[in-house]
Write a protein that binds this ligand. Sequence first.
Ligand SMILES: [Zn+2]
Length: 232
Amino acid sequence: MKKIFLWFNDLLSIFYPRGCIGCGTPLQRSEKFLCLNCLLHLPETNYHLSEENPLEKIFWGRVPVEHVYSFLFFRKGNTVQSILHQLKYKGNKEIGAYLGELFGQKLARAGCLADVDVIVPIPLHPKKLRIRGYNQSEWIAMGLSKGLGLPYSNDFLVRATFTETQTRKNRFSRWQNVKDVFQAADVEELAGKHVLVCDDVLTTGATTEAAIRKLLEVPGVRVSVVTLATAK
Ligand SMILES: [Zn+2]
């Protein structure tokens, strides 16, 4: 039966070839989302393996964070930009879970974030959630959860107001725009925990900072950050 299914699958892919998100070449049966070549050449930051981690500097003088890691570098036109586009605008939420799990495994192998209690995705506003149908950061968190062997939860951070698109705003007005967007929730359960905040992209850190501030208001909470990508 399995053989027939695989045969049928191959037949289907003749008519509906699944293309690699990175380069467009048809995927082999063993490949998922990315061909082996693109997968092996993903521009990994590897900041979790180095002493010098420039991502931590993003939060210096703003909020105390334990660790900040991003899996990949995105650049205009690179594979990672295609991945993010698929994840956010093309309904391809599974790529978020897939890469989240991959990064989670790498972090676990390096012994990183072993004392985290819970992974908390940055929530989308309900309006955006309705339009997109899913929260891409939650899918990344699900993958991380699997790779790291740690639980994730949507219960500890909620979003209140709708923010306009941030692309044309400068750093200060962006901050004005997001500072009260989040609220910590279920605070008795949250108290004392090391929380791993998870998002798709880390750039100025304004959104992440707003979330971290609210979490840090809860007694005993410590925060680390993981994102799928960061700019280079
Ligand atoms: Zn490829």
